[in-house]
Design a protein around this ligand. Structure first.
Ligand code: CAO
Length: 261
């Protein structure tokens, strides 16, 4: 794999302080300023994305087994200095599902005449930073362990918060995820990052009442997931089947173990 992670080396501690835009406005007076830097890049990408005929597909995933699993391994990863959120497990499961649904890990050219199925899974993670939205990607997710993914995500998050992400971390993404649930909310409408063809948004994991197989109401940890895909090349049914496979991995983490290479 292109990414090498040293598990025994503690990753830098990541601040979880909420990020607010750094603007101080004059009181009682309008203020106009140039849109520049990362926000200027966002203007270009998002305007381009708006020309793509996009469909949305949403579902809710029962994350109860994963909440339990994470609470069991977190002490081990904490000891190794790696902050372990749900993202590394979700990324690995997404990569395993992408292997079965390669059309979602693809790019199209500007005129949408050619589609390229990507050989690697470079999963972009939308990050909320002082400078605006940035989407660094973890390279070769298909060949990294879940622990290596956690360490790599810590590295990207630290660099992102410090405004120090380089071009190599920010380019070459093949599929994207936006964990808006780290801030709050349920469903979202994520916008595709061209030339990619699909993106997923993850809502906040919430403890909610749901029925079990015997009709009893029990407490479950529910995460709403919202997908957007380029409808010129992806059919809704294809996205729904991908989402179902991912759901089965996340709801039954034992399956991840079974199919992990
Ligand atoms: N539901 C419930 N809890 C969540 C969660 C979710 N969806 N996502 C994260 N958490 C929890 C984590 O498990 C962690 O809990 P502990 O403190 O108990 O360990 C805590 O919230 C902080 O997590 P984090 O945000 O530091 O780490 P992460 O790997 O889950 O997410 C990142 C990293 C970069 C995706 C996230 O910090 C972020 O910036 N999200 C915003 C993305 C965004 O702005 N999207 C919109 C793009 S379109 O404008």
């Amino acid at each position: 794999p292109a990414v090498t992670v040293e598990p025994s080396k503690p990753a830098p501690v990541v601040s979880t302080t909420p990020i607010q835009p750094r603007i101080s406005l004059p009181v009682g007076k309008d203020h106009t300023e140039k849109i520049k830097g990362m926000r200027k890049a966002m203007v270009k990408t998002m305007t381009e994305a708006n020309n793509i005929p996009t469909f949305g597909y949403d579902d809710e995933f029962d994350m109860s087994a994963l909440v339990d699993l994470r609470s069991k391994v977190k002490a081990i990863t904490d000891e190794k200095g790696v902050k372990f959120s749900y993202m590394p497990i979700i990324m690995k499961a997404v990569s395993m599902a992408l292997t079965e649904f390669p059309m979602l890990n693809a790019s199209v050219d500007k005129t949408c005449e050619n589609i390229t199925y990507k050989a690697v899974h470079n999963i972009g993670i939308a990050m909320d930073t002082q400078d605006g939205l940035i989407v660094p990607n973890v390279k070769n997710v298909q060949s990294l362990s879940i622990f290596e993914l956690a360490a790599e995500l810590n590295r990207l998050q630290s660099l992102g918060l410090a405004g120090k992400l380089g071009t190599s971390d920010l380019s070459g993404g093949t599929f994207s995820l936006s964990n808006i649930g780290a801030i709050g909310g349920t469903y979202a409408r994520p916008v595709i990052l061209p030339p990619e063809v699909s993106i997923g948004a993850l809502g906040k994991i919430q403890a909610l009442p749901r029925y079990d197989n015997h009709g009893n109401v029990i407490k479950k940890h529910i995460m709403c997931v919202s997908w957007s895909a380029d409808h010129r090349v992806i059919e809704g049914a294809y996205m729904a089947r991908f989402s179902n496979l991912l759901k089965s991995f996340l709801e039954n983490p034992g399956l991840i173990m079974l199919y992990l290479r």
